[in-house]
Design a binder for this molecule. Structure first.
Ligand code: T4K
Length: 383
């Protein structure tokens, strides 16, 4: 049986990429804000509906830069950022790596995104920002976070690593919410630049500071007002982005078809299946909710299994059939040993979801037969 990995990158036709990088052999511009990077940035601003975009080497560097450049840090005071533990390591590490202390709030049981009510209870004099995650591409309760942001005068920086191309039905892109949003263009994402990422902000001045930050903090006069880093996107990565962006519509359509087939097969015979919550009353599984007013990007296909700690068993059963689902996201980042010194309250919803969730294989050229192979194994657990 051929192996089915959790994902497989989308690549443009080889000749198309070769044609794109020919320009590099003509102008010898490999990196440091070259013309292809500039072209990709403009095209992505249009596609994402983002006002100002700054491209980075990867999403992690982009998030860390956003936190360092945008969020105020006070000397001799607590500097805390409230965030979700139900995410990839990067979110929490970017907070810690930029000199802040992560404070973990629980998630919503339907959307798995950070629960604004739980966040508000944790806000104190040391709170400097909130970092919610549009996990699996599901949009957070942005209205509630806007209200909290205004009430306490703190920035909200979204980790939109999973939300590339997600928009509201009236055309508002995911990068327009809050103070700033970070996107990841990693090979495993719906859109990739091999490795890559971006920060979307609303004003040109912050964009300029972010751009400066990713080039050692150096300004025009050679001075560095901020101790920056080197996180510029190369021309080779940008060329991959330019090519992949031409095919993104087709890629998302294929992913949509696969997700729909998964849902049909996993809820077959359950007349009570509720797409708004993703709950299949008959089989006890929970799928991603269909968000009202949102055009999704079909980034991931997570399934929360019934019972307790079934994800490990399901992953093992699938692996025995050469199918490699992933436990995105287990363990919670708050349980990482590097954060064992942090005192934090429990997050029972995140605990429960994390113990039972499995991300099923999903990529554009997955076949209908592949989907049947995956669901056949899962049905042995849920029926
Ligand atoms: N915030 C959130 C919420 C995130 O999920 C992420 C990244 C970030 C921030 C940070 O963004 P970046 O700095 O990465 O831009 C993967 C990705 O490396 C990571 O980007 C992603 N989230 C995370 C959820 O998943 P791994 O360690 O699970 O990937 P890996 O190497 O095991 O790959 C999974 C499968 O994909 C492989 O079994 C086979 C396939 N694959 C992978 C690669 C890299 C390929 O076929 N080809 C490839 O080149 O972390």
């Amino acid at each position: 049986m051929k192996p089915i990995q959790v994902t497989k990158p989308s690549l443009p036709p080889f000749e198309e990429y070769a044609e794109e990088i020919k320009k590099i052999w003509e102008n010898y511009r490999l990196t440091n804000f070259g013309p292809i990077e500039e072209q990709l940035r403009e095209e992505l601003e249009n596609f994402l509906g983002a006002v100002h975009l700054v491209l980075f080497t990867n999403g992690h560097q982009a998030l860390e830069a956003a936190l360092k450049v945008i969020v105020e840090r006070r000397k001799r005071e607590k500097n805390e950022i409230i965030t979700t533990p139900f995410t990839f390591a990067s979110t929490t590490h970017a907070i810690a790596g930029s000199g802040f202390t992560p404070v973990f709030a629980d998630i919503d049981p339907v959307t798995y995104t950070l629960d604004p009510e739980k966040v508000e209870k944790l806000i104190g004099p040391g709170t400097r920002a909130i970092v919610p995650v549009h996990v699996y591409g599901t949009v957070c309760d942005t209205e509630a976070f806007d209200r909290i942001s205004r009430k306490y005068n703190i920035p909200v920086i979204y980790d939109a690593a999973h939300a590339f191309g997600v928009r509201t039905k009236d055309g508002r892109g995911a990068g327009t919410f809050g103070t700033a949003s970070m996107f990841s263009f990693h090979a495993t994402k719906a859109f990739n630049t091999v490795e890559g990422g971006a920060v979307a902000v609303k004003d040109a001045e912050t964009a300029a500071r972010l751009k400066q930050f990713c080039n050692f903090g150096l300004g025009d006069g050679g001075d560095a007002e901020i101790a920056g880093t080197n996180a510029k996107m190369t021309e080779f990565a940008a060329a991959m982005g330019v090519c992949n962006l031409r095919h993104i519509g087709e890629v998302i359509k294929k992913r949509e078809k696969i997700c729909k087939t998964y849902t049909e097969l996993l809820t077959e015979g359950d007349n009570g299946f509720d797409p708004a919550t993703g709950i299949s009353g008959k089989y006890g599984i929970k799928l991603l909710p269909k968000q009202e007013g949102i055009v999704p990007n079909y980034a991931y296909y997570p399934v929360v299994l019934p019972g307790s700690n079934k994800a490990e068993l399901a992953a093992e059963m699938l692996a025995a059939e050469n199918i490699f689902a992933r436990r995105y996201f287990f363990p919670l980042t708050s349980d990482f040993s590097c954060y064992s010194h942090l005192k934090h309250g429990r997050t029972p919803v995140a605990d429960r979801i994390s113990a039972n969730v499995l991300s099923l294989p999903l990529y554009a050229d997955m076949t209908g037969e592949d989907v049947v192979r995956v669901t056949r194994v899962l049905r042995r657990i849920i029926r």
